[in-house]
Each structure stands twice: as C-alpha cells, then as structure tokens.
Design a protein around this ligand. Sequence first.
Ligand SMILES: NC(=O)c1ccc[n+]([C@@H]2O[C@H](COP(=O)([O-])OP(=O)(O)OC[C@H]3O[C@@H](n4cnc5c(N)ncnc54)[C@H](O)[C@@H]3O)[C@@H](O)[C@H]2O)c1
Length: 358
Amino acid sequence: MKKVLVTGSNGLIGSEVCIHFGKPGFEIHGIDNNQRAIFFGPQGDTRWNQRRVSESVARFQHHEVDIRDKSGVESVIREVRPSLIVHTAAQPSHDLAASIPFDDFETNANGTLNLLQAARLHCTDTPFIFMSTNKVYGDSPNSIPLMELDKRWEYAEESARNGIPESFRVDQCTHSLFGASKLAADVMVQEYGRYFSMPTCCLRGGCLTGPNHSGVELHGFLSYLVKCNLEGREYRIYGYKGKQVRDNIHSADVVAFMDEFYKAPRCAEVYNLGGGSQNSCSILEAFEITEGITGKPQQYTYVDQNRTGDHICYYSDLRKMHQHYPQWKITRSLPDVIREISTSWQGRLSGTASGDVK
Ligand SMILES: NC(=O)c1ccc[n+]([C@@H]2O[C@H](COP(=O)([O-])OP(=O)(O)OC[C@H]3O[C@@H](n4cnc5c(N)ncnc54)[C@H](O)[C@@H]3O)[C@@H](O)[C@H]2O)c1
C-alpha cells in the first residue's frame, strides 16, 4: 500500500491530488485545518470540499493539523511514513499577507520547514512536491518590454513569447509579503534537495484554477470572476486597464504533472507550472469568454490603482517541463476550464452540489 500525504487537502489543488491518487493500492492522508475560512471568512470555507474528498476516496484519512504545529506535523509524518508528500497548504493571497505578516510567514515559510525537517527525519527518500508560486519572481517580469493590444498586454519581443523561464531573477524587486514568504519556502525546499539529496521540487504556479476552488476576491481570480458573473455581482479590476495577463491551468493538469514527477523524481528541481501562452488571458478577455459561456453580461468597476507587485503580463515557459517529462501536456483549454468552473458554481450556488455546505 502506497501512502500519499497531502497538506491543504481541503483546497483546490490538495483535493485534486487526493482524488487523483485515491485509487486502489493508495492510502491518502490529508492535513488541513480549514484555515482558508480564517483567512477569507465564510466565503473561503473549504469543509464542503473536505466532505467531497472523504466521499470520493475510499482510503482517506483527514488530519486536523495546523502545519505551523511542528510536533503535530512531525507526529503525522512519523506515523504515516508516506511514499509521496505533496505540500499545498498555504496562506495564498498576495494582498492579504500585508495585513497578517506573521500568520503569512509562519504558515508559508515555517510550515514548509516543519514538513521538510520531518520528511528528512522519517522518509528522506520520499518525493517532496511543493506548490510554490510565480510571485517568487516579484514584479521583475514587469521590466520586460510590452506592447499594448486592444484587449491585453503582450511581450513586445518575439524572443520573450515563450514565457518566463525558471532562470528568471528572483531578487531585488517587489514580491508582496506573500511572494517573500513563498520564496523563503521555495529556497528551503531546494536546499533540502541539494544539501540532503532529497527528491524535492518546487512548482512555481501561475493561476491554478478549476471547478473546486472556493474563489474569493483576494484569491482565485478566475473562479471568483465566474462567480461574480453568475451572481450579477460587480468584479473590481485593479489598474492596467484590465489588460493584465495571467496564465491559467486546470488543477487536473497540475496534478498530472505531480504524478509524472512522482514516477521519475529528480533532486532540487524548479518548474514554472502554468497554462503557458495558449491558456493565457487578460481580465477583459476572461470576461468575454465567460459571457460567451454563461450568456450573462459581466458587471465590473475599474479602480485606477493596481495591486502592489502585480504582474502586467505573465505566462510560464513550459519548455523545461516538456523536456523533463515529455508525456505531460496541458489537456484543458481556457474555455473548457471556464465552462467547468461555471457549472460547478451553478451547482454550489443553488446548493445542489454533492457535499455542499453553504
Ligand atoms: N490558486 C492559485 O492560483 C495559485 C497560484 C500559485 C501558487 N499557488 C499555491 O498553490 C497552493 C495551493 O493553492 P490553492 O489554490 O489550492 O489554495 P487553497 O487556499 O484552495 O488551499 C490551501 C489549503 O490549505 C489549508 N491551510 C492553510 N493554512 C493552513 C495551515 N496553517 N495548516 C493546515 N492547513 C492550512 C487551507 O485551509 C486550504 O484548504 C498554495 O501553496 C498556493 O500558494 C496557488
């Protein structure tokens, strides 16, 4: 029996990992304390998703542990001795971090260290996959020359249009406190890989999305945007004329990559994991696709001030991932992703989704 330990198992990515690996021959252990509801209030509550995972995975055990609790984390890892660790628990919001700097750093940086050290002590050969973020590059990508198109910003030079590579610089720029705490964790995950020869990897996510996100204004842009569209609620655009570009990847494609890494792990690797140029869109373009799918007009307001450290145009260069794991590819197009998000919200908002708690 293989054992998979997933932190943040009630969240978007964590739940997808649990369900993906929750097949015969696997036992899944989830760590989550529904901290997302503390961070974002009732709209961020993830218990509905915990219930969904428990109902879908035959061998699932939930551990109500806070990853900031060093001895709690160690005792789960000592007891389970997992064959794979996927660490997705986090304070995930760029903007929120400034108002809760200690909670943010203790969760993102110290929580990651607690997991790494426990893994080093009890299962040093176990692949350790960390969900990092493209915010480790801070606002440096904004220094790339851009051109303004009708509905989006785009890299001006052809040579930049493969997207942002893993070699992009990470320091001497503005990250947001969130980006800084995730970068601290990212570097530590690499260090445990190099220094202790542990099979670790950092996945520097673009916009990770999918039908099971509890999207809120401060985190989960596409999920929240579609929810606003369905409810006829105003979506607020912050700066850059709404033409700021993000790359979007379905959680199933994220987890498919994790599975490839699990089957052929490497040491101290770093990958930029996003939808790439093909799944990139600006906010205005996301409105347009969503309206086409739901048939409802998007209500929005515009705030001139952009979010501090926000990327004007960011999409991931996926070539290193394709080179190391040629089997892996993006399977969901952007309209497919938005369609799934819309269907999921319609079910949840009407209270008909399985395991729904409002
Ligand atoms: N969603 C994105 O767009 C995106 C982009 C880049 C990187 N990431 C990273 O990917 C990871 C997963 O993101 P997500 O969208 O699934 O987030 P999510 O908020 O949906 O899930 C995270 C889960 O972690 C749990 N959690 C938070 N703090 C905890 C703590 N102290 N102890 C135990 N559990 C705790 C939350 O309750 C939540 O269920 C995060 O590390 C995030 O920083 C996400």
